[in-house]
Ligand binder design. Structure first.
Ligand code: HMG
Length: 396
């Protein structure tokens, strides 16, 4: 793999909705000790999308910012992939809206990738292979991960919501992170840990089981990666994990380190250095599903691009259902200067705190609008199909 082209992430940009809810305030409203959300789950805030903010506007804002800040030209794009599990249409891809609103070239392959939170990684790795294979002929790829994570009000998943998009520019001789092309450890298994039946806006989840599925998938993917020729020759100085909530990354890191033979204490001791710098943005934004791993990477680069210049880092992506991939890359010497220009966390500076009452009103109005506009055929089905009820909707 060392002889394949140098391909990876050249630049990145975020976009988030204007509003966020403070999780200490949500805990109080739900009658839960704030320490459960803050340290038990490792979350501080969750961003909330308003009616005029959806996965399309989030994706387009992130991609616009990517081009403005990185100096890249939309005319260079020959592949546009949007990873999302909260798309706005069952047929027309979000990639088409992004393509149109950004004025990308017509000689451009575009599509949407869906596999729960894995869709962004599916897009990124496809883009890397497209470039490494020679099909790109000098062009670059735009990969945008965009999602709104929603669970029912007062459910266990509620404090792990979030919304946002991460846009990635992928090309040869990248300025941020060179990826080890073709060197990935993959794990797949058909599990029923998290799902969202057609016409449901809120995800259904078997929460504790989903945590176990994540850890099993990490074990499978990491084991497959470690067996690859040369993969384990040089240590990873940092690892970014998929972050549905901060504590999950802590559990993942402990599990991975213990697979290598570390004690629980040693595994936890390395967490502060190897993982914590990647958790600032996820704890301020929440779970952004497909973009979650890349939000962790953005957080790490934002905090430590200088310190880890030229160093090797690990990346772990998990998508419920499930598919997972472990892979690695090396930060470039020029990453720090570019990170300053990209102003990665800039969009958070405009965030406005909304009260729990405002957030609940927004959700109630959204549900009322859906009831008014959804045709009969688009309403969640009741008794029509017993298999749906029992297996999909999770009711007796
Ligand atoms: P829960 O049942 O409310 O929480 O839901 P819990 O009782 O398990 O407590 C959570 C932690 O807080 C525990 O720590 C408690 O000890 C601690 P742990 O044992 O895990 O280390 N705790 C406290 N700490 C301090 N002070 C206190 C206190 N009380 C308790 N007073 C759950 C937790 C994650 C299940 C829930 O939030 C949920 O269902 N979330 C959504 C699902 C999810 O995020 N799953 C993660 C893995 S699957 C995944 O990542 C894929 C996903 O992103 C979707 C996709 O792929 O598209 C979700």
């Amino acid at each position: 793999w060392k002889n394949v082209p140098d391909v990876g992430i050249d630049a990145m940009a975020l976009s988030v909705p204007r509003g966020y809810v403070d999780l200490a305030e949500l805990a109080e409203a739900r009658g839960v000790p704030p320490s459960k959300y803050l340290s038990g789950l490792g979350t501080r805030q969750m961003t909330i999308a308003a009616p005029d903010e959806d996965p399309v506007t989030l994706a387009v804002n992130a991609a616009r910012r990517l081009f403005e800040r990185s100096g890249a030209n939309p005319a260079e794009i020959g592949l546009c992939i949007v990873g999302t599990e909260t798309a706005v249409d069952h047929s027309k891809p979000v990639a088409a809206f992004v393509h149109g609103l950004l004025g990308l070239p017509s000689a451009c392959r575009m599509f949407e990738a869906k596999h729960a939170c894995f869709g962004g990684t599916a897009g990124l790795l496809s883009a890397v292979d497209w470039i490494a294979s020679g099909s790109a002929r000098g062009r670059a790829a735009l990969v945008v991960c965009t999602d709104i994570a929603r669970y029912p009000l007062r459910s266990a998943g509620e404090p792990t919501q979030g919304a946002g998009a991460v846009a990635l520019l992928v090309r040869e001789k990248p300025r941020l992170l060179s990826l080890e092309v073709g060197q990935t450890g993959t794990f797949a298994r058909d599990v029923h840990d998290f799902w969202r039946p057609l016409h449901h806006k809120e995800a259904l989840v078997d929460g504790h089981y989903s945590v176990q599925c994540y850890l099993d998938a990490l074990e499978g993917a990491y084991d497959a990666w470690r067996r690859l020729d040369g993969a384990a020759d040089e240590p990873l100085v940092r690892t970014c994990y998929h972050v549905p909530y901060g504590k999950m990354a802590r559990k993942a890191h402990r599990h991975r380190r213990m697979l290598e033979g570390a004690t629980e204490q040693a595994a936890d001791a390395s967490f502060g250095v190897e993982v914590e710098p990647s958790l600032d943005l996820p704890s301020r934004i929440g779970n952004v599903y497909t973009g979650s791993l890349y939000l962790a990477l953005a957080s790490l680069l934002n905090a430590q691009a200088r310190e880890i210049a030229g160093k090797r880092i690990g990346l772990f992506s998990y998508g419920s259902g499930c598919c997972a991939e472990f892979f690695a890359g090396r930060t470039t010497p020029e990453a720090a200067a570019l990170v300053d220009r990209l102003d990665i966390d800039g969009p958070l500076r405009d965030s406005q705190r909304m009260t729990v009452a405002e957030y609940e009103r927004l959700r109630a109005e959204d549900a009322a609008a859906d009831r008014r506009t959804a045709p009969e055929s688009a309403r969640p089905r009741g008794k029509a199909n017993e298999w749906d009820r029992a297996v999909y909707l999770g009711v007796d």
